[in-house]
Design a protein around this ligand. Structure first.
Ligand code: FES
Ligand SMILES: [Fe+2]
Length: 456
């Protein structure tokens, strides 16, 4: 039997004919060592913990199906080591963090952050074990309150990617980390499914964020040098709210101002969050990143709360399994929708529609990256380079464009979205803060001038 074959029920009361479960798409969903997707993921820096988790005790983590331990030694350096001691396998989560490195509890072998064996105290003084052997280690660094690791081939380690959103005026980045008991891809692809904002987040029970989310937007998807974006354009009276969410391959998403209501003109406010979906293993994921707090993206009604972001918590509805089950049934959120797609969503059982074009595109570009790496090539997307800042695309703008009759209005919405995408993605080659102002000015100028000046 072809286990990828689609099973479709084609008659009422027909589940008897649709009970067989096909296999998951292993190429996109399996992430352990030497799997195609796992090797692709390992070619990028990945966050593995928040720095606030590193106290005086080591922390056991599991990333891409590998059991590791992360710690900060007493001289302040971060180490990410194979969890099992290379002597006889005891877990270093029971190790003793020292001034330099970590010491295994069982026979006191001591390891530096790069895996160098510093001491084997029970062995004779002339023992050569420590000269010939290392504890397994991966490079790690800290940025923005997160610990990042590079778990790929040492000779191919890329520079850490510095995204423009990391340096914005008056912006505070607050780290957070959530655990999802499901495969990474179904979490990640939610970012290119703006239709769920209309239904899950608004129409199905109540407005999780703002009424504007319930407007079915004119939606387009585009590939970018970084990955892809969606462009959604919504009509709110005489205003048009255009949002672009960013995918930076292989697993980073940026989403705009979370509670955006689209009722006030604004131009080029940036990401509300920059977030990685890091596989723990095939059926568990770390949703980890930073929330951005600044006047451009904060909720005017005060629902953006820094203190509500951290370990297993973030300041907007439905992102964890911590709420009571009945409440999650009555008001389900992203966590409930995504985790309940099964431990690994089965693509062969899906019936994709027009709202799923972004999901299909995302799977296609991820698969392309996986195959490129499997073929011995470099990943085909912008990655970090020393001294460079990567311009990203995520933004919200609200411009004044008076409503037209129905069909014409749909075209007007699409055109405004395209015009903004052109400014942000295609035409502006600047970087950093200078780009912020220039792009904002150009987007603001899209407002229809006669109406705009009369309204201001
Ligand atoms: S098992 Fe770690 S020192 Fe022996
Ligand atoms: Fe969502």
């Amino acid at each position: 039997m072809d286990r990828q074959k689609k099973e479709t029920v084609r008659e009422p009361y027909g589940l008897y004919h649709g009970r067989r479960l096909p296999q998951e798409d292993a190429e996109l969903t399996h992430v352990g060592p030497e799997t195609p997707c796992g090797e692709y993921m390992r070619r990028f820096w990945q966050p593995v913990a928040m720095t606030s988790e590193l106290g005086e005790l080591p922390v056991a983590v599991r990333i891409l199906g590998e059991d590791l331990v992360v710690f900060r030694d007493k001289s302040g350096r971060v180490g990410l080591l194979d969890r099992h001691c290379c002597h006889r396998g005891t877990s270093l989560e029971y190790g003793i963090v020292e001034d330099r490195g970590i010491r295994c509890c069982y026979h006191s072998w001591k390891f530096d952050v790069d895996g160098t064996i510093l001491e084997t105290p029970g062995e004779p003084a002339d023992s050569k074990i420590k000269d010939k052997t290392f504890q397994g280690a991966y490079p790690a660094l800290e940025f923005g309150g997160l610990v990042f690791a590079y778990m790929g081939p040492p000779a191919l380690k890329p520079a850490f990617p510095t995204y423009d959103v990391f340096d914005q005026p008056d912006n505070r980045m607050v780290p957070y980390s959530l655990t999802y008991p499901c495969n990474w891809l179904q979490i990640f692809e939610n970012a290119m499914d703006p239709a769920h904002g209309v239904f899950l987040h608004t129409r199905v029970n109540f407005e999780h964020f703002s009424p504007a989310w319930g407007e079915l937007p004119v939606t387009e998807f585009r590939e970018t040098p970084l990955g892809m974006i969606y462009i959604t354009s919504r009509r709110i009276d005489d205003l048009v709210w255009v949002r672009m969410n960013d995918i930076m391959l292989p697993n980073v998403v940026q989403a705009g101002a979370i509670w955006e209501a689209g009722t006030r003109r604004k131009a080029f406010t940036r990401a509300g969050l920059t977030r990685w979906t890091v596989p723990i293993d095939d059926t568990h994921s770390l949703v980890i990143g930073v929330r951005h707090f600044n006047d451009g993206v904060n909720d005017p009604e005060g629902r953006s709360i820094e203190a509500e972001c951290g370990k297993e918590k973030v300041d907007f509805l439905g992102q964890t399994g911590e709420r009571p089950y009945e409440e999650r049934q009555r008001v389900p959120g992203d966590f409930d929708a995504q985790v309940s797609q099964r431990p690994i969503a089965l693509h062969a059982l899906e019936h994709l529609g027009t709202t799923d074009r972004g999901v299909s595109m995302l799977r296609r570009i991820v698969r392309k990256g996986i195959r490129a790496v499997a073929d011995g090539q470099e990943p085909d997307c912008v990655r970090g380079a020393p001294g460079t800042v990567i311009s990203t695309n995520c933004q919200d703008s609200v411009v004044r464009v008076p409503a037209r009759t129905e069909r014409d209005d749909e075209i007007a919405l699409r055109d405004v979205g395209r015009a903004i995408a052109r400014i942000v993605v295609d035409e502006d080659n600047g970087v950093g803060r200078e780009r912020l102002h220039r792009v904002a000015e150009r987007i603001a100028a899209l407002s229809e001038p006669a109406v705009a000046s009369a309204a201001e």
